[in-house]
Design a protein around this ligand. Sequence first.
Ligand code: ADP
Ligand code: ZN
Length: 233
Amino acid sequence: MNNMVNVVLLGAPGAGKGTQAEQIMRRYGIPQISTGEIFRRNIREGTPLGTAAKAYLDAGGLVPDELTVNLVKDRLAEPDCAKGFILDGFPRNIPQAEALDSLLTSLGQKLGAVVSISITDAEIVGRLSGRRVCRGCGKTYHIQYNPSAVEGLCDNCGGEVVQRDDDREATVLQRLAVYHAQTAPLLDFYRKAGVLLEITSHEKVEDTSAEMVSALAKVFGQGESDGPSGSGA
Ligand code: ADP
Ligand code: ZN
């Protein structure tokens, strides 16, 4: 129980949470849980959850806490979370953070680390305009910084790589406003709890990863991957 790798990733839209989550997932063998990706998948599949969430995503606002917290609760109960989890996009406000605390307490667990990836607003707008996502598996790319091997096609699954509807400029600005008003206060919340690890989002994905990996290693150990200098990597 004590060696569970329970991680929250915080950062403005476009900070690179999804990409960094993949690194942690591989290193520690734990699942990435992206609430945004779960909502988008449900919208694509036309499920009741998708129908309930769609208007909020289209407007760049937050899906109501009750819906979101229940979704996370169910997801954390799945067997692949036995060794831990990476939450990407949750919590998004103080009530969700408090709900996560009580949920973990009820499971006899706690958060090991909250990684905050910081980035300026100016960089965000540039990045989101170049961001692309796979329709099939949800893997994210950037046309400049992290392109797929074949333009428009996913490296993972061969699916179509497209721009997200909510990466249009007006929606991006609204998402940023929501981030500053509701999500940024979580930095203080987790700083006070003594679990916050602050790193900077660099232009190169690898530079950000390196910073994150060494911060996490101090809390959870190295994990299984040796990184670029390791044998067979
Ligand atoms: P990004 O981090 O790039 O803004 P996400 O994929 O995390 O994007 O989220 C996309 C959208 O999904 C959000 O703008 C919001 O509408 C909804 N969403 C995701 N996570 C949450 C959450 N924890 N609470 C409420 N709404 C959420
Ligand atoms: Zn894919």
